[in-house]
Design a protein around this ligand. Structure first.
Ligand SMILES: [Zn+2]
Length: 503
């Protein structure tokens, strides 16, 4: 019995010792797990699968607020949910972004029942706000566009006609500038500026008409300035106006009167799209956030031709999802990083950084708690202009606001990846102005240091031929792993990086 009891005791001891050793072994194993153990989860195969979906026919080029984009949003939402990320937006993975959209049917221009056809008799750019606009009247102030006085008493005139027919040799850019400057002089509400174009067949005019036809989008905002709408009419519409008008008494008067009302009506419609996000909660500094971002939207379809946007920015979107999965797996294996990471895919980037602008105006977490933004936009192709190898990435913005960020970016790369970090486009005055051209810039404007990862332009940029089969997924994975390791360091280093310079 005693022996038996002794044996039982020693058995228990051995069991306890074994459990203790197992525990020690396991904790040692866990604490030894590091960024290098999880980086391989970011890989060419997974990236390729995501890009194939985002750049498929059924997603229709992911045009903001169009059905294909809504499908892409659902796809990302399901991914974030399946990784076990937390929803950042009041229990939702989606942030609703309100837009106003104008298309070719949004404009009515003409006399009473006789309206001109958009793109034939006139074209318009939408106003800077979302309110419907209606200007109608019988009196016009008429003058050559370069002779419009600085102060015009046009309170009685609802229309100002600006003639350009004499400006034969001016460049398109100069003419656009001249129009903008002239319109600024008319900062009176309920007045429309009507530019009589020299012709309607020029490249500039065709470009503008294409823009109008493809629909224009803006964030919903209130009427902020009294800048008048600008309507561009063809020489033949101008002829109609002159036929129906007579000049005011006194030959030098710039005012003509019409027999019937000329009307300009602009009516945009409200629509919505979404930013999609997911949070990986951090540990003892979990109220600080690293933002890993890309844009989900692209150009959609033009006359049923799909612009797939596999590189722009299918590559970045795929990378953000793959990074999220890798970080989530680390968390599942009990690796808790100090800070939180918010993975975000934006809408409306191609329309002027609209989704990221909305996010920074309506953040679910205080912007002061945002440590840094790592933004990935086009990392799937090799720059056909200036590069041949595939071990490089253009780094833009890393040194602009935080020395810590720049140093961390470089030292992480030395440790993990040894990719050639190319700063060609980091110069703010580079003619391509890339520092201002992706969503990271919305964060820079709010004082958040950011890095924009980019691998350059190529022949398929913003063309229907930017397709999934042309991506170099090995290269994409190597850059995505660099972003993974950089995000890991940012999230896990003892101190938050400091910001030396606000923009
Ligand atoms: Zn892009």
């Amino acid at each position: 019995m005693n022996v038996g009891r002794k044996k039982l005791k020693s058995d228990q001891m051995y069991l306890r010792l074994a459990l203790f050793l197992a525990f020690l072994f396991q904790t040692t194993l866990l604490s030894a797990q590091s960024v290098a153990d999880f980086a391989p989860l970011v890989n060419p195969a997974t990236l390729g699968q995501h890009v194939e979906v985002l750049a498929s026919d059924s997603i229709e080029g992911r045009e903001t607020a169009e059905p294909g984009m809504q499908k892409a949003v659902s796809y990302v939402e399901k991914q974030f949910q399946s990784f076990g990320l937390k929803p950042p937006f009041n229990g939702s993975y989606r942030q609703e972004v309100p837009f106003v959209k104008w298309n070719v049917n949004s404009y009515d221009v003409g006399f009473g029942e006789n309206m001109y056809e958009a793109g034939k008799g006139f074209y318009m750019m939408p106003p800077g706000h979302s309110n419907p606009l209606f200007v109608s009247g019988k009196a016009f102030w008429v003058c050559a566009i370069d002779t419009l006085p600085n102060t015009v008493n046009i309170t009685k005139q609802s229309m100002v006609l600006l003639l350009t027919s004499h400006m034969k040799n001016i460049t398109d850019d100069s003419l656009n500038n001249l129009i903008n400057e002239s319109v600024k002089k008319l900062s009176v509400s309920k007045v429309a500026a009507i530019v009589v174009e020299r012709n309607f067949d020029g490249d500039r005019e065709k470009r503008q008409i294409r823009r109008m036809n493809s629909g224009m989008l803006a964030l919903v905002k209130q009427e902020s300035s009294a800048q008048p709408p600008v309507c561009h009419i063809s020489p033949s519409v101008y002829k109609d106006i002159r036929k129906k008008s007579k000049r005011e008494k006194g030959s030098s008067s710039p005012i003509i009167h019409l027999k019937e009302n000329f009307t300009i009506k602009i009516n945009g419609y409200r629509t919505t799209c979404y930013n999609v996000g997911g949070i990986l909660p951090g540990g003892d500094a979990g109220d600080q956030y690293i933002l890993v971002t890309a844009h989900l939207d692209h150009l959609g379809k033009r006359d049923s031709v799909i612009y797939y946007g596999a590189d722009d920015d299918g590559s970045g979107s795929a990378a953000v999802m793959n990074l999220a999965a890798a970080f989530a797996e680390a968390k599942r294996q009990s690796v808790v990083l100090k800070r939180s990471i918010l993975f975000l895919l934006f809408t409306g980037e191609e329309k002027g950084l609209l989704g990221s602008t909305y996010f920074t105006e309506n953040p679910p977490i205080p912007m002061e708690q945002t440590v840094a933004n790592l933004n990935i936009d086009m990392i799937g192709r090799v720059d056909t202009v200036s590069r041949k190898d595939n071990r490089y990435v253009y780094i833009i913005g890393s040194d602009k606001m935080s020395k810590d960020l720049h140093q961390l970016s470089e030292s992480t790369n030395n440790t993990c990846c040894q990719i050639n970090l190319d700063y060609t486009y980091n110069d703010e005055s580079h003619p391509m102005r890339l520092y201002y051209r992706s969503d990271h810039y919305s964060f820079v404007k709010k004082g958040v240091p950011a890095i924009f990862y980019f691998t350059g332009l190529h022949d398929d940029y913003h063309k229907p031929t930017d397709t999934a089969d042309k991506l170099d997924y090995v290269k994409t994975a190597s850059i995505a792993q660099l972003v993974f390791s950089t995000a890991w360091e940012l999230a896990n280093r003892p101190d938050r990086i400091t910001v030396d310079q606000k923009r």
